[in-house]
Design a protein around this ligand. Structure first.
Ligand SMILES: [Zn+2]
Length: 226
């Protein structure tokens, strides 16, 4: 299955799906909830134990559920999982849970969607220490240009969300200096239109909207199939 040549909006990371035919959505599910994988065209899934809920399942249960879902081939990536210094479970629990995701994603060569809030340096260190080669995607990234390049250098993609719509945001000021092959665009759980993000990002990179749409699908193909 490849998605090349589709002139469609890819929303790389989204928690609630409003069915639309002109959008390709990667729906991010929470492992501690029992959510359905509804088979539908233009809909793919990732699942992970989010750091806000990292204490909702034991380590054993986290591993068992992830292994079962991976075996059923219902997901295209693991996550979101990660580290959050503002909100969520105790730090050591967050670390244990994200490390489980890192190991399982590497074992099955699946991409890993990372939630990182005030934890970019720790995530880069985890990436280096893990010596894994499967791709990671830092979702809703809005950090500094230096950190952005550092992530990309270490084999990560950056998924960009609502921050870029703010003229004064850091990410809008330097985004066009990042390789467009390493970028995804997302709504996350914000009530914004993915179309607005594409329009803004096309302007920043000075590319046509249709080029940007095809580029995001190309990026997804490379992420999933190399
Ligand atoms: Zn999310």
């Amino acid at each position: 299955m490849t998605f090349i040549n589709k002139n469609i909006y890819l929303d790389f990371h989204c928690h609630s799906v409003k069915p639309r035919d002109d959008k390709f959505v990667i729906h991010s599910l929470f492992l501690h909830e029992h959510q359905d994988f509804i088979e539908k065209e233009n809909l793919l899934y990732t699942i992970g134990l989010h750091p806000w809920y990292a204490d909702k399942l034991s380590e054993y249960e986290t591993i068992a559920r992830l292994e079962e879902i991976v075996a059923k081939k219902k997901i295209i990536a693991l996550g979101e999982a990660g580290l959050d210094k503002i909100k969520g479970a105790e730090w050591n629990i967050q670390e244990k849970i994200v490390n489980i995701h890192i190991e399982i994603a590497a074992k099955y060569n699946l991409p890993l969607i990372i939630h990182s809030v005030r934890a970019h340096n720790e995530v880069i260190k985890m990436r280096k220490d893990s010596r894994t080669e499967n791709s990671w995607v830092i979702h809703l990234f809005s950090g500094s240009e230096e950190i952005a390049h550092d992530f990309i250098r270490h084999g990560c993609y950056l998924s960009i969300g609502h921050h870029v719509l703010d003229k004064k945001s850091r990410i809008a000021s330097y985004l066009n200096k990042l390789p467009i092959e390493k970028i995804f665009l997302e709504t996350d759980d914000f009530t914004i239109d993915i179309e607005d993000i594409y329009a803004k990002v096309a302007g920043l990179y000075k590319v046509d909207l249709s080029f940007l749409k095809q580029q995001m699908i190309r990026n997804l193909n490379v992420l999933l199939y190399g």
